[in-house]
Write a protein that binds this ligand. Sequence first.
Ligand SMILES: C[S@@+](CC[C@H](N)C(=O)[O-])C[C@H]1O[C@@H](n2cnc3c(N)ncnc32)[C@H](O)[C@@H]1O
Length: 272
Amino acid sequence: MTRAIQTQEWVQDKIARGDIEGGMSAGQSGTSIFDPVLCELAYRWFCPPGGPILDPFAGGSVRGIVASKLGRPYLGIDLSARQIAANQEQAARICGAPEPRWIHGDSRDIDSLAAGHSADFIFSCPPYADLEIYSDDPRDLSTLAYPDFLESYREIIAKACALLKDDRFACFVVGDVRGKDGAYYGFVPDTVAAFQAAGMKFYNEAILVTAAGSLPIRAGKQFEASRKLGKTHQNVLVFCKGDPKKATAAIGPVEFGAISEGGDDAEYGEAL
Ligand SMILES: C[S@@+](CC[C@H](N)C(=O)[O-])C[C@H]1O[C@@H](n2cnc3c(N)ncnc32)[C@H](O)[C@@H]1O
């Protein structure tokens, strides 16, 4: 019996059960949690069915688990061994084949860590410069001053794109960040420039409107004090390696509808 999982409720349910880490919305673990619905759309719209996904900044488990639920192999790299162990434990509990894979390492070495990997899609959410500091590891991009951050960021994007097949898409979710002087770094245009420097075409931009949360309270004060506008969006940037028409042909018709869980309710029930 096909069983639908509504990605958003499913993940919130998992968070409530403590199966996966909360974050952005709940502020539980302090790192942001990635939007599972955005993830599902990105895979269905820009990744060939069954196509392997490469993620140079894996973070939490959402991108790996949604890939598995959509029948796409996933390889994520992250510097945080603790994060990867938590992801693997969660995936082992709720994912069937293809099981998502995570490698603990520095994505500056993605060319050797993922040697021989031929990706059909690159999808990631990098550190937004120093907006969230993930560790005190000197290799951690979030610990770097912006010029050093950008240098490593460009290197990792170039190496990841080299592992992407021709006539394929890549997508990064980013948001601009203010430096200590209050001015934006220009992280969004720098991301576009980094992909273009890697030979990719800047192909689409979508805006992910995020929950305002406490912004209305915060924005008033900062606008009064320094005319800073508050931000409730992130930028979904899509790039293409080669011919967008061939990349689209490789994906085929747009996927809609329920995600089949395979097996029956009982089996599905047990997995929860
Ligand atoms: C935006 S995050 C993840 C946030 C969010 N939890 C998510 O799931 O999208 C970025 C991740 O990049 C990782 N990271 C930072 N520097 C790295 C590096 N040099 N190589 C690999 N991963 C790195 C951090 O450990 C963090 O988990």
